[in-house]
Design a protein around this ligand. Structure first.
Ligand code: NAD
Length: 340
């Protein structure tokens, strides 16, 4: 069952499957030659998924999302005799999806690719929307492109083996969708927090569907990230520096960043003070250790943020639940608000 199909102008369309066994991708590739890119953790956890298949196994971890790994993958693709009729499947979390999308985009000027997304973060975010890439030196996601995968299969059963911290990290992005898009979804998360933490399958599938629909709709409207897509960055401007400084998983840093960005929204008079308490109440249900102290080091990192152009920054304020507002803002005003 296709849960969502999104089509970008002048680009291929993507079918997203939820509540589907991960092996479903085999029905989608037809007679095409298949090469799977995965990481060592998944390769060992799910041997049956890779049995008798051409596999390229890379080391897990963000530090391996590099051009060096891209080179290694391309060497392996050539050794396997891949050509433009090969379907390249990324089987993994956001790291694997990012590097697979990038490789597929450049290999012989473009090969078909799809994903089996295996982390919550990948299922609700990284696998959707076509952004891909690798880190370069100390810069995160500095080299990459935007190309849509042919399909994404999201099997919630795969999340059972996910370390708890990675699951919670995915919830950070889920929470973000509720903040930027939908009061009723926000209330749903609030009311079902225990079931969500316990991975109740029905509730999890509902959440996956909801998040995929929210992200796909935004991507359809602004695939190249020139306007509306910025709202997906809510929580990320501050969250990114928290992620690096505290060395914590991406989604957890985003959740902390959401609170800090709401505080900035209040200080710059875009939102009422009560929004801080509302946000903290929801986030604390999933991430008890959500508090964060923004120090000068965080600010220094912010200054280097690649999304800043000149002194102005496209900052996503939250005026209320479900009501983000993108405002080109003087960077110094953000800094003053953080420090005040
Ligand atoms: N392209 C985008 O739009 C986008 C959006 C958000 C994040 N990202 C990227 O996604 C990456 C983070 O993704 P992530 O949080 O999925 O981390 P990840 O891909 O690094 O996976 C986290 C860990 O979980 C393991 N793992 C994956 N699936 C598992 C499973 N089912 N069971 C057990 N272990 C499993 C992995 O081996 C890894 O060790 C970052 O590189 C980030 O830049 C991209």
């Amino acid at each position: 069952m296709i849960v969502k199909n999104y089509k970008i102008k002048n680009s291929s369309s993507t079918d997203i499957y939820i509540s589907q066994d991960y092996n479903y991708y085999l029905e989608l590739i037809g007679e095409r030659d298949l090469i799977i890119i995965t990481d060592n953790i998944l390769y060992n956890l799910y041997p049956e998924a890779f049995k008798n298949k051409k596999c390229i196994v890379i080391n897990h971890g963000e530090e391996n999302k590099t051009l060096k790994t891209v080179e290694k993958i391309i060497e392996n693709l050539i050794a396997f005799g891949a050509d433009r009729n090969t379907l390249i499947l990324g089987f993994g979390g956001g790291m694997i999806c990012d590097i697979t999308g990038f490789v597929a985009g450049v290999f012989m000027r473009g090969a078909s690719f799809g994903f089996v997304a295996t982390t919550l973060l990948a299922q609700v975010d990284a696998a959707i929307g076509g952004k891909n890439g690798v880190n370069f030196k100390n810069f995160k996601n500095y080299i990459g492109s935007i190309i849509q995968p042919e399909f994404v299969v999201c099997d919630a059963n795969l999340l059972k083996t996910l370390p708890k911290l990675d699951y919670i990290s995915g919830l950070g992005e889920v929470i973000k969708y509720a903040f930027i898009s939908d009061l009723s979804f926000f209330e749903y998360l609030d009311e079902n927090s225990n079931e969500i933490l316990n991975q109740n399958p029905d509730i999890l599938n509902y959440i996956l569907k909801k998040c995929v629909e929210i992200k796909a709709k935004i991507v359809e409207e602004d695939s190249n990230d020139f306007g509306l897509r910025h709202i997906l960055n809510f929580g990320h401007t501050i969250g990114h520096s928290i992620e690096i400084m505290e060395n914590i998983p991406h989604g957890i840093a985003v959740a902390k960043g959401i609170i800090e960005e709401i505080k900035i929204s209040v200080k710059l008079e875009y939102a009422d003070k009560s929004l801080i308490e509302i946000a903290e109440k929801l986030i604390s249900k999933f991430i008890p250790d959500y508090k964060c102290e923004i120090r000068q080091e965080h600010i220094d990192l912010l200054v280097k943020d690649k999304k800043k152009s000149g002194n102005m920054l496209n900052f996503v304020f939250l005026t209320n639940i479900g009501q983000p507002l993108i405002v080109k803002t003087d960077f110094q005003d953000i800094i003053k608000a953080i420090k005040s």
